[in-house]
Design a protein around this ligand. Structure first.
Ligand SMILES: Cc1cc2nc3c(=O)[nH]c(=O)nc-3n(C[C@H](O)[C@H](O)[C@H](O)COP(=O)(O)OP(=O)(O)OC[C@H]3O[C@@H](n4cnc5c(N)ncnc54)[C@H](O)[C@@H]3O)c2cc1C
Length: 806
């Protein structure tokens, strides 16, 4: 065994072996993997081995599609039989809501590049003759679903990695991780130590323990999971074709053929967490947990109803094994914030659907310095300190329990809430606010009418919030509204080198002192890395504002580029909060709270001032995301209650109201303003997204400049457009396809009803040839095509006079 390696992977499950293989494939041959027992000794050996590419998140779906397509090639490369079966898969709907959702999903699959189709009960029976389709409305058929031998797949990755020069040592447990002070790790093992430049935590069930070795608490917890395998069924003996993998979504179970019998797996409720405080090192020499059939009774009965032949079938084997879950069910991948050269590849709930893609994503990141495209959905930095063990347990338990439940786009699940609240939370609740949650923080979505229940019904269509949001929007444009801007992140940069640092970090020109500017940030690939707003408070002091849920992600990036001295960065996001005032009377409202001059001369559009607001020392910027005259007040959380009370004491007289995020999203779409994770992300470039106008291409140096210049000089194949949609009772949803006749030419990034203009809008990327103003297109909304048109300018106040003047 080598004593020095470039990268050391800890854990020989499917994920660790895939990471090792991909590192070697991308050119890092000086790599090794340590496994405490035999390969597959964690969750991998007892998996049901089913795989599919379907996932509601496009990044996860992309990664799963890559994994599924990799297996045949892997078999060839390694010479290892993977036991591949591709019988296809059915995702079955037995309720009207589910059927609606599947129809919407199948349209979104076009955008994701998945070749799925809808099938009716007759075809379902043909594909799966043992299924009783009573009550079934239809299913999604996916030809790429199948199953494999989990041990074969893990060994195939391992063998393919070895062929490329990677080393694997079994029966060698990593016992400690110590930074050497030279930027490397001393990896203590049962058989001596190894120096590694990079360490990858792919320790599966023990990932928490391997995290703690480096001082980090990773948000994951194992859950027990059961499946059973039946004796041979008469119906399957000599059958011409194999049964498809069936997920009965409303029955909350999955089934696939196993030789001449079937494997039936259930997400039993309540979920049973396992080894909550830590996984014992002794666990796992092909060890299973005792089955608990009583817990399964309800779920199995549903299974026997759907597949009646199973009633009488003998049970050959019952498996109860643990595997890990994170608070949102997605893996934890990437550089762990605050721990240089320590990488995560853990929390992988579906290693045989996702392992290949996780390996590729992480290896690309390590070898090339950044991942390909937007991988935020699996980035370990999507969680912050709020994701404690208690939070993780509550959320993972909920995720397991709701594994197959419908997740509506306007739905916020209850577990782990409230974890964080703004200073205004109880005041807003008293005013009937309905809250959503982001990065653990409660933020107002809208205000239900007094006396009405403060609860929004989950739906794919217009919700019970529609009328109330309409009132907020129209009032905002007529007089004005006040919003708790708690879901923003706020970073202070200061010091003699702060300007120089930000000038390199941000692709835009820095604002002068007393001014604000939209300052996109780029990755080295020239793709978007942030849509930050920079407020310059003085020559050496800046307040940079972004989306709250990106905090750990942004800070990791800032720290990766921070010089050794001369710049201090402080994350003020928890300590500070804010209020957004927007609408024609917002200046009058602000004037009530300060003796300072807030006239247009003193505080022009994009101006910034330090003002006394109520009794608070506040940063006030004349910025608005709504297209109206507007102000953002940033102040310490402890002062916000007093500011809010003073504002609301005056707001009524001015005809102003409380508003929430839904109103903001409606008002901004009328203006064609994009938001992060939808219109803007690592998938897009400045030119495609329209952010090029904020990039200072003539600056001599900024991160991503070379690629940005190439992007500037290359006509983009697609462009972000604003569309007016002839919608009926639903707005378009994320990733629903956009059509020019029979040709799919783009996809929706976000949509909202424009309450102040009385029209439905969507934003999305379409082929440049179809991006001209006035182009007539169609968009699929919940399975139905609706006409839409490309707008050449904002739907409200295209000249921007309301926002800029006054
Ligand atoms: C009952 C059941 C059914 C499942 N069915 C499916 C399915 O159908 N499809 C699917 O995609 N997924 C399925 N899964 C999930 C799948 O098994 C996991 O997602 C996958 O195995 C995770 O792989 P991993 O490599 O991350 O972790 P693990 O398999 O747990 O591997 C981690 C490895 O790290 C080693 N290790 C830990 N600590 C150290 C250390 N300090 N030093 C050295 N080595 C160490 C361990 O010994 C272990 O071998 C199922 C899981 C269960 C329990």
């Amino acid at each position: 065994m080598k004593r020095q390696v470039r990268a050391l992977v800890i854990g020989g499950g499917v994920v660790g072996c895939s990471v090792l293989y991909h590192l070697a494939r991308l050119g890092w041959r000086d790599v090794a993997l340590l496994e405490r027992r035999e390969l597959t000794a964690g969750s991998s050996w007892h998996a049901a081995g089913a795989f599919h590419a379907l996932n509601s998140d496009p990044a996860m779906s992309r990664l799963q599609a890559y994994t599924v397509a990799l297996y045949p090639e892997l078999e060839k490369l390694s010479g290892q039989d993977v036991g591949l079966h591709y019988p296809g898969g059915l995702n079955v709907a037995a309720t009207k809501e589910r059927w609606d959702l599947l129809r919407a999903d199948v349209a979104r699959h076009r955008t994701m590049g998945l070749e799925t189709r809808l099938v009716g009960p007759a075809e379902i029976r043909e594909l799966c003759p043992i299924m009783d389709t009573t009550g079934v409305l239809g299913a999604i058929y996916d030809p790429m679903e199948g199953h494999l031998d989990p041990s074969g797949a893990t060994h195939a990755f391992a063998r393919a990695a070895r062929h490329l020069g990677a080393e694997i040592q079994r029966h060698t447990r990593v016992t400690s991780l110590t930074p050497t002070g030279r930027g490397t790790w001393e990896v203590g093992t049962e058989h001596g130590s190894i120096e590694a430049e990079h360490v990858v935590n792919a320790a599966g069930l023990w990932a928490r323990e391997v995290g703690r070795m480096a001082g980090v608490e990773l948000p994951l917890v194992p859950m027990e999971h059961h499946y059973l395998i039946t004796e041979d069924l008469a119906e399957l003996r000599g059958a011409a074709r194999e049964l498809p993998v069936v997920v009965d979504l409303d029955g909350e179970m999955y089934m696939r053929q196993e030789r001449q019998g079937v494997l039936l797996g259930v997400y039993e409720t309540p979920a049973t967490p396992w080894a909550v405080n830590g996984t014992p090192w002794e666990y796992g020499d092909n060890e299973l947990l005792p089955p608990d059939l009583e817990r399964l009774t309800g779920a199995l009965e549903k299974g026997f109803t759907r597949f009646p032949t199973l009633h009488a079938a003998g049970i050959r084997r019952i498996v109860n094994g643990p595997f890990t879950f994170t608070p949102d069910g997605n893996p934890l991948v990437g550089p762990v914030p605050g721990v240089p050269n320590y990488w995560a590849a853990c929390g992988v709930m579906a290693g045989f659907c996702q392992g290949g893609g996780v390996g590729l994503a992480l290896a690309t990141w390590m070898v090339h310095g950044e991942p390909e495209g937007d991988v935020f959905a699996l980035d370990v930095a999507r969680f912050g300190a709020y994701a404690t063990r208690a939070y993780t347990l509550a959320r993972a338990r909920e995720f397991y329990t709701r594994r197959f439940r419908i997740a509506y786009p306007n739905e916020y699940w209850p577990a782990g809430r409230p974890a964080k609240t703004s200073a205004l939370h109880t005041r807003l609740l008293a005013r009937n606010a309905v809250h959503g949650v982001s990065y653990g923080l409660e933020y107002p979505l809208y205000f239900a009418p007094r006396g009405a229940k403060a609860e929004e019904e989950p739906t794919l269509r217009r919700s019970s919030a529609f009328a109330a949001v309409g009132t907020e929007c129209r009032t905002a444009r007529q007089s004005g509204a006040v919003m708790d801007a708690c879901s923003y992140s706020r970073y202070e940069f200061s010091g003699p080198a702060a300007a120089q640092f930000l000038d390199r970090l941000l692709a835009a020109r820095l604002p002068q002192a007393g001014r604000a500017r939209l300052t996109p940030m780029l990755a080295r690939s020239g793709r978007l890395m942030g849509d930050l707003t920079t407020l310059r408070l003085g020559p050496e002091r800046f307040l940079v504002v972004g989306s709250g849920y990106l905090q750990a992600w942004h800070l990791r990036w800032f720290h990766a580029h921070l010089p050794a001295s001369g710049v201090t960065v402080r994350n003020l996001s928890d300590e500070w909060g804010g209020l957004a005032l927007f609408g024609p009377r917002s200046r009058e409202l602000l004037a009530h709270l300060t003796r300072d001059d807030v006239s247009a001369a003193a505080l022009p559009f994009m101006g910034v001032r330090l003002l006394d607001v109520a009794f608070a020392p506040a940063v006030v910027a004349r910025i608005s995301f709504t297209g109206e005259l507007g102000f953002e007040i940033h102040a310490p959380q402890v002062c916000l209650g007093a500011i809010y009370d003073r504002l609301m004491a005056q707001a009524g007289e001015l005809g102003m109201v409380d508003a929430g995020m839904y109103a903001l999203l409606s008002l901004r779409i009328e203006k064609g303003f994009g938001i992060w994770s939808r219109e803007f992300s690592r998938d897009y470039t400045p030119r495609e997204s329209g952010l090029a106008r904020f990039v200072a291409y003539d600056k001599p140096d900024f991160i991503g400049r070379d690629a940005a210049l190439r992007d500037r000089d290359t006509p983009p194949a697609r462009r972000l457009v604003l569309l007016e949609v002839d919608a009926l009772d639903a707005e378009a949803n994320y990733l629903e396809p956009i059509w020019a006749g029979a040709e799919r030419v783009g996809f929706v990034t976000s949509a909202a009803y424009g309450h102040s203009s009385g029209r439905s809008f969507a934003m999305g990327y379409v082929a440049s040839a179809d991006a001209a103003a006035g182009t007539a297109l169609e968009v699929t909304i919940v399975g139905e095509r609706r006409p839409c048109r490309v707008l050449g300018e904002a739907a409200v106040d295209p000249s921007g006079s309301r926002m800029r003047s006054g």
